[in-house]
Design a binder for this molecule. Structure first.
Ligand SMILES: Cc1ncc(C[n+]2csc(CCOP(=O)(O)OP(=O)(O)O)c2C)c(N)n1
Ligand SMILES: [Mg+2]
Length: 336
């Protein structure tokens, strides 16, 4: 592979672009596999796939450093994989197995990783926004330079708690990047039907918070916007709002008849805006990777995803004793 070539974009090298391609493809293939396992009855309860939105988390993680935190909603598998959580542990959790991140007791919406600073996984729309604001407060209080990414959807952006959080975050200049993943729909309600103000990021102006909209189907644009937002936060000039314009290809969850949009609309997005195809094209037309290279990457990723599914299937269900564990944190753990 042509490692030393550049992409023509100042903030991304050829190696980096290849990495983003792999990271996005891992999320896509993982989610496709999760959809299959759901269909086979191996995943119960809710399952919200991230297919179409991959460039958002991959672009922002590319701008982050070790120690930065992230918290999000129930549409969370992509965030976990992008921050380096193990696909095996994520898939085992989806299938309710002992080898999962929450020992099979949390499922799709309730997984955490202290090691990767991933704070969930939240099923209540918007609940993660004040919690994430608190994570930012903790870092400010401790005097370190960590930044917290607080992800939420266009639907969640209509929640009152978001604006209470904005007010406190700006008052205390908290190092928080609020990431509105505007995928145009909240379950079956389009943003056009639910709000008259087209720019959700502009609502921060009422609290004095800076922000901008960014093309969420372009991983490099997301990375560049993330770098700017993070720099402001690390310089003590946070918070910052990024409204990332994206699209989900699948239904809201696995049980969505999708009557609120046309097949043509989805097809058009897939054909014209797909974030992975966009990078694939840059790699091949720019001579940064050959079709053979990309085939090898595809194979490698499929193997990782298949291994995660095998690991999940082989992992036992949690034992009954686990019913009574992990309910309250031990006081010493809570203080740590
Ligand atoms: C407080 C609350 N109200 C309603 C729901 C039901 N609900 C689950 S997801 C959702 C839509 C949220 O859409 P959005 O914030 O755009 O996120 P997306 O699903 O598009 O990622 C709703 C209304 C909920 N889980 N919590
Ligand atoms: Mg939405």
């Amino acid at each position: 592979m042509a490692a030393r070539k550049t992409t023509g974009k100042s903030n991304v090298s050829a190696d980096e672009l290849l990495k983003y391609y792999k990271d996005m493809l891992l999320i896509r293939r993982f989610e496709e596999k999760a959809g299959q396992l759901y269909g086979m009855g191996l995943i119960g309860g809710f399952c919200h796939l991230y297919i179409g939105q991959e460039a958002v988390v991959v672009g922002l993680e590319a701008a982050a450093k070790d120690g930065d935190k992230r918290i999000t909603s129930y549409r969370d598998h992509g965030h976990m994989l992008a921050c380096g959580m193990d696909p095996k542990g994520v898939m085992a959790e989806l299938t309710g197995r002992e080898g999962g991140y929450s020992k099979g007791k949390g499922g799709s919406m309730h997984m955490f990783s202290k090691e990767k600073h991933f704070y969930g996984g939240h099923g209540i729309v918007g609940a993660q926004v004040p919690l994430g604001t608190g994570l930012g407060f903790a870092d400010k209080y401790k005097g370190n330079d960590n930044v917290t990414f607080v992800y939420f959807g266009d639907g969640a952006a209509n929640q009152g708690q978001v604006y209470e959080s904005y007010n406190m975050a700006e008052l205390w200049n908290l190092p928080v990047v609020y990431v509105i993943e505007n995928n145009q729909y909240a379950m079956g309600t389009s943003t056009k039907r639910s709000t008259k103000s087209p720019n959700l990021w502009e609502r921060g102006a009422a609290y004095g918070i800076k922000g901008e909209a960014v093309d969420g189907m372009d991983v490099m644009a997301v990375k560049a916007a993330g770098e700017k937002a993070i720099a402001a936060c690390r310089a003590g000039d946070g918070p910052y709002i990024l409204e990332v314009m994206t699209y989900r290809y699948r239904g809201h969850s696995m049980s969505d008849p999708a009557k609120y949009r046309t097949r043509e609309e989805v097809q058009k997005m897939r054909e014209e805006r797909d974030p992975i195809e966009r990078v694939r094209e840059m790699l091949t037309t720019g001579g940064l990777a050959t079709d053979e290279d990309l085939k090898a990457i595809d194979k490698e990723i499929k193997a990782v995803v298949n291994d995660s599914a095998e690991f999940a299937k082989d992992s036992p269900e949690p034992s009954l004793d686990e019913l009574w564990t992990d309910i309250y944190a031990a006081p010493e753990e809570a203080e740590a």
